[in-house]
Design a protein around this ligand. Structure first.
Ligand code: TRP
Length: 486
């Protein structure tokens, strides 16, 4: 099987890719999860470790994914099979593509429910339904919104239909055209919110909180959460970035593009922090209030401020757009696969996928009301989707992709695709062979509950483990290379 010469679709420009990939990366993870995790794990120290993880794990793996996509020019399944065959390796590696595609689909099944919260809050903000005089009152509003399956289902269905409409239109007319205005729009709204926050009286405190790097304050759990979040926020190991990479024109530099996307993603997360925390601090609220931060504390804080309702509306418009540009990317892999490998038209593929997605996401939505006690091992269906994808499938997929690129494929492939200088390439190879896999294994050990790592104390062991990894890997890899040559 050879690399497809002319892909069906390409981004109109390199910026089309950057905007779409940034749109995928920037989502609920940045605006909802990142601020509340930073709040829970104590601020600056968490931010610092998260940035380190983006650099050491996220960026190298993102380069690999884009490389697979562009080299293999296809959906995750086809692209990975093609690059493996090109190196004379088993087509079985395409299992990684299957898992990634399934992972994207599963994430989307619960993501549309959270995105539905965002749209419903937008509606509440507009129609004046977000009035309460305490966090408890806001919690009651949140609870009531979830309690009625017809209400909650309406909002998640709306998100599902919108997503499928955009994806059905195709790469250039659907995805690229929409991210072109949504992404700048989002950044402008964030900027407005930050300017507002500057005058709220809590800005200095927020700066200290976010950028007061005190490593001592970080727990082992915080370190692991930071690593897991680096995966989630860059949309890795779930088919999204790989499929977008398959539409990247040949000339553009994967390394430069990856850096741009990762930097934009990080900036938006930090900007979201700068927009949210000043408002929280100015109103004397607790930054560590967990997942309810933006659905309970923030609306309450806004209510007590001038132009609060307007800001609230801007905030939830922005959150909805961020969620939509991510949702699109999660389903693109499946639609592309049905379209290219099964010859189903894009529109039919979108609606077909959309119907299955609607059924699964409706089951996830029911976890908040009638299905609240359909549990297995204490987890609802919604929880299972989240748990399986973020604890298992993303780390496993990322590990597989890193090892495939680092040890199994011919080195020339990534030399050609990444186009790095000799020294840069050596650094990338070192990261992808050792640093990223070790980071992932550490996440795993913790997720499996084998042991709880306290990296504040155990970092010398981690360095030792890295040295062992490097020694074993470098001993084995010449043999692998010989095998490939022979
Ligand atoms: N990165 C997105 C966020 O931060 C979520 C997301 C989009 C995602 N596509 C993904 C997460 C694929 C995992 C896999 O909200």
């Amino acid at each position: 099987m050879t690399t497809r010469e002319k892909p069906n679709n390409l981004w109109v420009s390199r910026w089309g890719f950057i905007l779409a990939a940034t749109g995928s990366a920037v989502g609920l993870g940045n605006i909802w999860k990142f601020p509340y995790m930073t709040g829970e794990f104590g601020g600056g120290a968490f931010v610092l470790v998260y940035l380190a993880c983006i650099l050491a794990i996220g960026i190298p793996i993102m380069m690999v994914e884009i490389g697979y996509g562009r080299r293999g020019r296809g959906s995750p399944i086809d692209a990975i099979r093609r690059v493996a065959r090109e190196s004379g390796r088993s087509s079985g590696w395409s299992l990684l593509g299957w898992m990634a595609m399934l992972c994207g689909f599963m994430i989307l099944s619960f993501y549309v429910v959270v995105a539905g919260w965002s749209v419903s809050y937008l509606w509440k903000a507009i129609s004046g339904g977000l009035n309460a005089d305490s966090v408890d009152g806001m919690a009651a509003i949140f609870g009531a919104n979830n309690a009625n399956p017809l209400n909650l289902g309406f909002w998640s269905t709306l998100v599902t239909v919108t997503t499928m409409l955009i994806v059905g239109k195709g790469v250039q007319d659907g995805i690229e055209r929409n991210v072109r205005w949504m992404m700048p729009g989002m950044v402008i709204m964030l900027a407005i919110m930050i300017v507002y926050a500057m005058f709220s009286g809590g800005f200095g405190q927020a700066l200290d909180f976010l950028f007061g790097f005190e490593l001592g304050k970080l727990s082992g759990e915080g370190l692991l959460a930071a690593m897991g979040h680096a995966f989630f926020t860059l949309s890795l190991a779930s088919g999204a970035i790989l499929t977008y990479g398959s539409y990247l024109p040949d000339g553009s530099s994967i390394a430069r593009t990856t850096f741009t996307v990762a930097v934009c993603d990080t900036l938006v997360a930090l900007m979201a922090g700068l927009a949210i925390f000043p408002v929280i601090f100015a109103n004397g609220m607790d930054p560590a209030s967990g997942p309810g931060l933006i659905f309970m504390s923030l609306p309450l804080a806004f209510q007590q401020m001038p132009f609060g309702t307007l800001l609230e509306i801007i905030f939830f418009v922005m959150l909805t757009m961020a969620a939509l540009t991510s949702a699109i990317s999660m389903i693109e892999a499946t639609v592309a696969w049905l379209n290219e490998s099964k010859g189903i038209s894009r529109v039919k593929a979108s609606w077909g996928t959309g119907i299955v997605l609607w059924i699964v996401s409706t089951l996830a939505m029911l976890s908040f009301n009638v299905g609240a006690d359909w549990t297995l091992a204490g987890k609802t269906f919604f929880d299972w989707l989240d748990y399986l994808t973020s604890r298992w499938m993303m780390p496993l997929g990322g590990l597989g992709m890193a090892l495939l690129a680092g040890f199994v494929l011919r080195n020339e492939i990534f030399k050609a695709e990444l186009g790095l200088s000799k020294a840069q390439h050596a650094l990338w190879l070192f990261m992808i062979r050792y640093v990223s896999p070790l980071g992932i294994v550490v996440i795993f050990i913790d997720a499996l509950g084998i042991m709880t790592l306290d990296m504040g104390a155990q970092w010398p062991w981690l360095l030792a483990a890295l040295a062992v990894f490097v020694a074993i890997g470098e001993m084995l890899s010449p043999r692998l290379r010989r095998q490939l040559a022979g």
